[in-house]
Ligand binder design. Structure first.
Ligand SMILES: [Zn+2]
Length: 507
């Protein structure tokens, strides 16, 4: 009895082991693993926060390590990398840099596939064209076209147009992975048109159903738009997105939505396993922090250093000392576009106070939210370079005297400009909700009285949205002080120097 039981037991064990071993081997042959390394919203090529956080040369190292582990590793970028940046505002070889530094770094890192972000279209058509031509990676533009001719944007190499593909199919052995590149509606530029992302993706997914095993999307749109996409098209199994600048991870039906933090503070690593027998796809996503524990890839670091030197020389000539510390803050200063173009923040208030401080005789101050371009939060030890990241454009602070009725009109338009760079920030001017009009120090603005206002130069150019009447020729306005643009001694010639001076005075 004992013996029999023992024998049956042993037989079962043997069968189980045998079965597992062979099934395991057989099944293993069918499972294909691929890895995606995801970046999104990177404006800086070098590490931030005193060298501790981010840095493209460190991301390059992570990529190489993953590739050593699995040759089927792809690096992708989900858009927003050409603008804004401090380096991008400078000139090199008699041309505006405008994202050229980022393309050079991404080429060196071995970037493979990118989607377009809204900030790519901050560039003028010729600037974007130059960046496309310089890039050695593939831009996927599923729902974006040139407005003039309804054609795809293209790289132009040796006079030949190479249109950006609307999708890609990656082939790894038997496996075929569809890759889309979707962007949110673009309105800020007349040379680009976008098609509805969900509709476009639906058409492409239908088209690719037979020629792919599964489909992934690189997107640059709001998290709400990503949710809609996932809801509408379960065939898209992973959305590698961007635009919010803060990490996101959620699942809608069977679709994962993942966004990493801006400026490569983190990257996403997606491990995909696809069983070609069962057609089962599993995805494990890991948010990886990029910091000074990761060594820099020497070749990428070399390209980064080259551009940092170019920037440093140029900024020194303008009277800045990029690495000098200006403040240390535990509270993040909020310069996110979604914040500063719609509301006040600790940063917008600080800058309003600085603009106001430029003239002791000023009664109030106004500047446009479009002056703040960092589209990020900054915290910790801030250097002059960080202030330049916040305010990449110079331009002076002027003192003007204007009639109350003009002041009221400007502020009313500023409110209506909410959501754009023409939304205004102020000091000593507040909106009195009860009386539904703007007030000066909680008093009614008197139509015929004159007010002395510190205001940034750009606003007086008449170029701000709906504020064309705000210019030197307006009869209700008189310029009291206008600093000479090239006067390095007068801090008021540059809003960034005004801000630096103000922060220094608060120390
Ligand atoms: Zn964006």
């Amino acid at each position: 009895m004992d013996y029999q039981l023992n024998s049956i037991f042993r037989k079962t064990i043997f069968q189980t082991l045998f079965f597992q071993l062979f099934w395991g081997l057989w099944a293993q042959g069918q499972v294909q693993e691929i890895i995606f390394l995801q970046l999104n919203d990177t404006y800086e090529i070098a590490p931030l926060a005193n060298g501790k956080v981010g840095g493209m040369a460190r991301v390059a190292t992570v990529y190489q390590q993953l590739k050593a582990q699995n040759p089927h590793t792809y690096m992708i970028h989900a858009g927003d990398f050409l603008n804004p940046s401090v380096i991008g505002t400078l000139r090199y070889e008699n041309q505006d840099i405008k994202g050229r530094q980022m393309i050079e770094v991404m080429n060196q890192m071995g970037m493979q596939y990118v989607g377009l972000g809204n900030h790519e279209f901050d560039l003028k058509p010729a600037e974007l064209q130059a960046r496309l031509n310089e890039s050695s990676f593939v831009w996927i533009g599923s729902n974006v076209r040139q407005k003039a001719d309804n054609q795809a944007f293209a790289k132009i190499k040796n006079g030949t147009r190479e249109p950006l593909p609307t999708y890609q199919i990656l082939r790894i052995g038997q496996l075929r992975v569809g890759l889309l590149g979707l962007i949110l509606p673009i309105e800020q530029r007349a040379y680009v048109q976008t098609q509805d992302a969900v509709q476009t993706a639906q058409n492409l997914c239908q088209q690719l159903a037979d020629s792919t095993d599964f489909i992934l999307a690189i997107t640059h749109q709001s998290i709400a738009e990503d949710r809609q996409l996932a809801q509408a098209i379960p065939a898209i199994r992973l959305i590698m997105g961007g635009h919010e600048h803060e990490a996101h991870a959620e699942t809608v039906k069977q679709t994962l939505i993942r966004k990493a933090d801006a400026n490569a503070k983190t990257v996403y690593i997606h491990y995909l396993q696809y069983d070609t027998q069962t057609q089962n796809l599993t995805i494990r996503s890991e948010l990886k922090t990029i910091d000074d524990h990761i060594a820099e890839d020497p070749q990428t670091a070399q390209v980064v250093t080259k551009w940092l030197k170019i920037a440093e020389n140029s900024l020194r000539q303008q009277g800045f000392e990029p690495s000098e510390e200006v403040m240390n803050t535990n509270v993040p200063l909020d310069g996110l576009e979604a914040t500063v173009r719609n509301d006040t923040s600790n940063l917008t208030k600080l800058l309003a106070a600085a603009v106001f401080s430029a003239y002791p005789t000023a009664q109030a101050a106004i500047y446009n939210s479009g002056s703040i371009r960092i589209d990020d939060k900054v915290v910790g030890r801030l250097t002059q370079y960080d202030i330049l990241r916040i305010l990449p454009f110079g331009g002076g602070i002027w003192l003007v005297e204007m009639k109350g009725n003009l002041l009221q009109k400007i502020l009313t338009v500023g409110s209506k400009n909410q959501g754009t760079g023409g939304f205004l920030h102020t000091q000593n001017l507040t909106y009195g909700a009860a009386k539904s009009q703007w007030q000066f120090k909680n008093q009614k603005i008197k139509a015929k009285k004159y007010y002395r206002i510190a205001i940034n130069e750009f606003l007086l150019s008449g170029k701000e949205a709906n504020l064309d009447f705000l210019n030197e020729k307006n009869p209700d306005l008189k310029v009291l002080h206008k600093p000479a643009p090239d006067n390095l001694q007068d801090t008021r010639a540059d809003i960034r120097k005004v801000f630096l001076e103000y922060l220094k005075s608060r120390k």
